[in-house]
Design a protein around this ligand. Structure first.
Ligand code: GAP
Length: 455
């Protein structure tokens, strides 16, 4: 049975150490979460899967890791200072503030009153000050998207790598938005992480590449375990497009609270590079580019066919790591009836995403011989580079299996008295999904696990 409620996921995430409310002991902070011992592993695995697909497996994408603190001018010329806002409505009765598009039938979502103000724009960017003096010249922002630094570093990356079109720059990092109503657990939060690719193409080839990235990203999500019937492509109507976009489609996922955006894939045309470029009159740019007297650079590249300098168009697949975490947990969460009056919760995560790859479990707690063998096996398995190998010392095999089912550990290895007595030494390997157990010689474990995890 798939997860039917967010409550089940929230409870599992807290119970097993995936996700905690930030500043829990002080009553929490709305829209801010911390990732626990298993959450940090799951996030790392998702980041790695994305980076591998974007950077390592391709020859046309470079990586970047830019700063979070953002020069005000970047967000002025990107259009975010003027337009990055949500319409906000106040309830005059309960004083609640809500996104205007979250109000149903003209009623306050909190108290039901119809005494609401007209919607007005609320800029979502977090402001801060750099340096010791609080004056407007020192105003900076926490970036609301990772994309802008990719645009402002475009020339440096091209100069350093001699890239030609088409090529991309990928980045994973924190973004911040002062959401009016953060909600649905980690779905809409104020501090989150984005994995963004800006793929630069020749103007005129943008629509072809937009379609290419749409298909590419759907295939990637399937590799992360999401089923086709739980995904949906939503094409944004022209009137709802972001200020920079020529076209956009969202990959939506059936989250516990409904079908909602998991990843956006936008055609940002030459909007950003054009707006950050000095001397734009030399280029043939789209009409949406505004004069920029502050930039010192031309963010352009030579068109190899005719030797002209052009400002490329950009296709941008952009996903939130938190939404990826929520989607793979939703898909993986399963309650199974074991047929003997018992049931189990099992997280059927793809093995490359599992926070713990292998649990090494002693049949008897604190038994020196068994524990020494467990340590030895763990050290040998670590050398394989498959990820986290956890060593237990609980002595209750049944409970350990249930706990590892709940956190999605694909394999449990049990060391028992036979391991010590038999020659050659052997252990029991138990599979999370089938619950089947088989004896494997200790000497064969590295090859067995290499085949299982790395093939
Ligand atoms: N650079 C383009 C951009 O930022 P977006 O649609 O605003 O576009 C891209 O955001 C992705 O970032 C979304 O599809 C979502 O996965 C994630 N995201 C955006 N706002 C978020 C929030 N408040 N909380 C969690 N994830 C968010």
């Amino acid at each position: 049975m798939a997860a039917t409620s967010m409550d089940q996921l929230v409870a599992l995430c807290k119970r097993r150490g995936f996700i905690f409310q930030n500043a829990d002991i002080y009553g929490g902070m709305q829209g801010v979460y911390d990732y626990g011992p298993l959450g940090v592993e799951l996030k790392n695995n998702l980041r790695q899967a994305w980076w591998r697909a974007m950077v390592y497996e391709r020859d046309d994408i470079e990586g970047l890791d830019a700063a979070i603190l953002t020069n005000r001018k970047v967000l002025k010329y990107s259009g975010h200072e003027d337009t990055f806002s949500d319409p906000m409505t106040d309830c005059r009765k309960c004083k609640g503030r809500f996104r205007a598009d979250h109000i149903k039938d003209g009623k306050c979502p909190n108290c039901g009153s119809t005494d609401l103000t007209e919607p007005r724009p609320f800029n979502l960017m977090f402001k801060t000050m750099t340096g010791p003096v609080e004056n407007p010249e020192n105003l900076a922002y926490l970036r609301p998207e990772t994309a802008q630094a990719i645009f402002t570093q475009f020339k440096n990356v091209v100069d350093a790598t001699s890239r030609k079109l088409p090529f991309g720059i990928a980045q994973i990092g924190k973004s911040f938005r002062n959401e009016i109503t953060p909600r649905n657990f980690i779905f809409r939060v104020r501090e989150f992480e984005q994995a963004e690719l800006e793929f630069f193409v020749k103007p005129g080839e943008d629509e072809k590449w937009h379609e290419y990235w749409k298909q590419n990203r759907i295939a990637w999500w399937k590799e992360q375990g999401l089923s086709e019937e739980n995904m949906h492509i939503y094409t944004t109507p022209q009137e709802d497009l972001a200020h920079y976009a020529k076209a956009c489609c969202d990959i939506e996922y059936r989250f516990p609270h409904g079908m909602e955006e998991l990843e956006g894939i936008a055609n940002r045309r030459d909007y950003d590079l054009g707006n950050h470029t000095k001397g734009q009159e030399e280029f043939s740019l789209e009409a949406h580019v505004h004069a920029n007297p502050d930039s010192t650079q031309k963010l352009c590249i030579r068109d190899e066919e005719n030797n002209n300098w052009i400002v490329p168009f950009v296709i941008e697949p952009s996903m939130g790591i938190e939404r990826a975490v929520l989607a793979v947990l939703t898909e993986a969460y399963t309650e199974e009836d074991l047929g003997d009056g018992n049931s189990r919760i099992v997280l059927k995560l793809k093995k490359h995403l599992a926070p713990i790859k292998v649990a090494v479990i002693p049949l008897k707690k604190n038994h020196d011989g068994i524990m020494n063998k467990c340590h030895e096996i763990k050290q040998n398995l670590l050398k394989l580079g498959i990820g986290r190998v956890a060593l237990e010392n609980t002595g209750n095999i049944g409970k350990a299996y249930r706990r590892h089912d709940e956190v999605g550990t694909p394999l449990c290895i049990t060391v028992d008295f036979e391991t010590l007595e038999n020659s050659p030494e052997s252990v029991t390997v138990r599979d999370r999904d089938t619950m089947e157990q088989k004896r494997v010689n200790v000497a064969d474990l590295p090859n067995f696990l290499r085949d299982y995890f790395l093939s």
